[in-house]
Design a protein around this ligand. Structure first.
Ligand SMILES: C[S@@+](CC[C@H](N)C(=O)[O-])C[C@H]1O[C@@H](n2cnc3c(N)ncnc32)[C@H](O)[C@@H]1O
Length: 226
C-alpha cells in the first residue's frame, strides 16, 4: 500500500497479486470480469436482458454506447461483448480506480480481451461528459444506484461497500435529461422491477426480468438532427 492507499470513510484501496481492491473491515470490492465469462459466451449472450434491450443488430454496424454510470463495468462488458464500442463514464475516483484495474487485468485474458478492447474508461461526471461528446452515440445506458435492488443482491457485502462509496444517485433525473440531450438513438435505464419510470419518462418498450427492468427510451431520428 502506498499511493494507492486512500480515502473515503475507512475504506482503503489495496493492491496485491489479485489486483486492486477496496477494503473496509471484512468487506472487499474488486472488479473482476472473469465472473462474466459464461454470460458473454455467444450461446448465452443473446439471453442477457440488457442485450435484448439494446438490440445491437438494429443499430447497424459498429454501434457506439456510453455507459454513463459505469460502476465496475459489468453491464458495459455485456454491451462490448455484443459488439458495441463502449465509453464507460465513472465519477467516483475509487470505483474508477477499481474499474481501470479490472480492465487492465481483463486485457490479459484472451477470452475477455476482444470485448475489453472496445471499452474505454473516462473518469468524470456524466453530467459534464455527455454534453461534450464528439457525436451522438447509438445508445446511452443509465444504471443509477437504487437501494431496493441492492438489498436483495446476492453479493450483499460487496454492495454494502459500494453503498458506502456512493450515496443513492442524487442526480438520476438530471442524468436522464443529459442523456436525452446527447441525442442517442436509444437510452436504456436499468430500474428495479417494480420501480417507477425515471423522471416519469415513459419508455417505448421495457425488458423485464425477475429483479430488474430495462426501460428503453427510443428517440426520433429528427431529435438527433439527422
Ligand atoms: C449501480 S452502479 C453501476 C453498476 C454498473 N451498471 C455495473 O454493471 O457494474 C452506479 C455507478 O454510477 C456512478 N455514477 C453515479 N452518478 C454518476 C455520474 N453523474 N457520472 C458518472 N458516474 C456516476 C456511481 O459512482 C456508481 O459507481
Amino acid at each position: 500500500m502506498s499511493d494507492l492507499e486512500l480515502v473515503e470513510g475507512n475504506a482503503k484501496l489495496v493492491e496485491d497479486e489479485r489486483g486492486l481492491s477496496l477494503v473496509e473491515g471484512d468487506l472487499v470490492l474488486r472488479g473482476d470480469f472473469t465472473r462474466l465469462l459464461n454470460r458473454i459466451r455467444p450461446a448465452n449472450l443473446g439471453r442477457e436482458l440488457l442485450v435484448k434491450a439494446a438490440k445491437p443488430r438494429s443499430l447497424g454496424p459498429d454501434p457506439v454506447a456510453v455507459d454513463a454510470t459505469a460502476g465496475l463495468g459489468e453491464d458495459a462488458l455485456l454491451l462490448a461483448a455484443a459488439g458495441f464500442s463502449v465509453r464507460l463514464v465513472e465519477r467516483n475516483p475509487q470505483v474508477a480506480a477499481l474499474l481501470r484495474d479490472a480492465l487492465r487485468r481483463g486485457q490479459e485474458n484472451p477470452r475477455l480481451a476482444p470485448a475489453i478492447a472496445r471499452m474505454e474508461l473516462v473518469e468524470g461526471d456524466s453530467l459534464e461528459v455527455l454534453p461534450r461528446l464528439d457525436a451522438p452515440p447509438d445508445l446511452i445506458l443509465l444504471d443509477p444506484m437504487f437501494p431496493a435492488r441492492r438489498k436483495s443482491a446476492a453479493s450483499k457485502k460487496k454492495m454494502q461497500l459500494f453503498q458506502h462509496l456512493e450515496c443513492p444517485c442524487d442526480v438520476e433525473e438530471a442524468l436522464l435529461h443529459a442523456a436525452i440531450a446527447a441525442r442517442p438513438r436509444k437510452v436504456i435505464v436499468k430500474r428495479p422491477v417494480r420501480g417507477p419510470h425515471l423522471a416519469g419518462v415513459k419508455p417505448a418498450y421495457a425488458i423485464t426480468g425477475k429483479t430488474v427492468r430495462y426501460d428503453c427510451i427510443v428517440l426520433p431520428r429528427d431529435g438527433r438532427g439527422q
